[in-house]
Design a protein around this ligand. Sequence first.
Ligand code: N01
Length: 500
Amino acid sequence: MTTADLTHVDHLIVGAGFGGLCAAIKLEEDGERDFVVIEKGSGVGGTWRDNTYPGAACDVPSQLYSYSFALNPDWSMSFSPQPEIEAYIKKVAESSGTLDRFVFDTAVTAATWDETQQRWLVETEGTNGKRTYAATTVIAGPGALSEPKLPDIAGIDTFRGEIFHSAQWNHDVDLTGKRVAVIGTGASAIQIVPEIQKKAARLDVYQRTAPWVLPRNEHRYSKLEKAAFRHVPGAQRLARAAVYWGLEVRVLGLAVEPRLTKAHELMARNNIRRGIKDPELRRKVTPDYTLGCKRTLISNAYYPALAADNVDLITDGIDRVSENAIVAKDGTSREIDVLVVATGFYTTDLPIAHAITGSKGRTMAERFAETGMSAYKGTTVPEFPNLFFVVGPNTGLGHSSMVYMIESQVAYIRDAIRTMRTNAYATVEPTEDATSAWNDDLQRKMDKTVWSEGGCASWYLDEHGRNTTLWPSFTFLFRHLTSKFDVDKYVVTAATTPTS
Ligand code: N01
């Protein structure tokens, strides 16, 4: 490839969800305007663009589910429905003045570090064909929950009815009067089930592990509350702070002393008793592990839906799927018209890691196969200079808003780019020592948490049982640790000519 075939940019951002958009807005604010955002979907919003299943809503309170620099006084509910969140992200993107640099319907197919020129060569493919970018830095915000995972169940590809994943909902299929099955009882399924129950002739819910479900303390904001958010100085920030600290306290139970989650378990058991009268069904939905070990869910509608006459909860395990039915391990075959697969996402084997090749000529996935999925401060990885993750390894949360983590990481990346400019560094790459010290400390902290000791399997853990997805502490601590780019933990190289 000749230089003329390359499109040169200072920064290439992967993904236009909350993470990528935040990076774009903040780069713009810093005068770093030579960037491009590559997005595989046809608009901004990431997970909030993709997950349009009936009942999709946020289980983090609305007040915390916005950027701190773009508060939204117009949320209708204390927990926002998906269309409102998607509309919010679109509005922020439109008013940011950055959308002219977003390239939609285009996927990053490969990113390779060019050692001689000290830049990333990023190959993309989309509706406008193929293009290769040469970028000084790559900011990767592909999303931790963006690649739907289908279950490995015998015969599933022989099913002749309608089948789709919760994150790829087929709105052309009318479920009214149909026989429907849902596989999975995670955060997506428990929002979907009450909606399908209202329409379907029969609904079979296949549960492998019962989730803990707390009541959803939801209310619609009154005109007065909205007016206060809009007009009273500081009112919305105060509401936000109250929500933030209310959630942050939960870290004491999740990461410090799992026994503290007992109070929540009591609330969850009451939720079961309120929603379900049948003792056998109550028994089936009662989890056998410590609350918090898997993501704690919230719903007032899930248990009453399971208790409805047209719903069956099947816990015997799935043997196979046939052309028109699901056959349980006990041999019972149940015919269905529609199969909804709510089985989650690839989380510990990030698809993008297979497409990125670093300075040693191996992919990030190959490195992770050796080291485990890990990064320095969840953001940078040895062998991969000038590459920054937004929502990288061990930055996920089981208790609060990812937008807070995203803003923390973006602040760190901005400071890294400023540092590179000021000192005319061509490359920054975290040292192996700093990276392993960071991760050893993380894993030590993990040992004491409910995710390690709670007695469950979950998508938080990799195949070796190592938690590579969650941040094991208070979010304000992460913010503190990412508040300044700590160049002393990096190997830097000087640019031959100043980069600014
Ligand atoms: O996916 P999940 P999700 N046979 O992985 C089951 C976020 N989110 O899409 O528990 C049978 O949680 C699996 O069973 P088990 C949130 O962070 C947020 O629901 O592994 N069953 C489980 O029940 C969440 O954690 C919101 O035994 C199989 C289910 O499928 C994350 O997204 C809303 C199976 C998968 O649950 C993922 O949630 C929705 C098999 N082969 C989602 N394989 C908000 O409100 C898997 N399962 C912000």
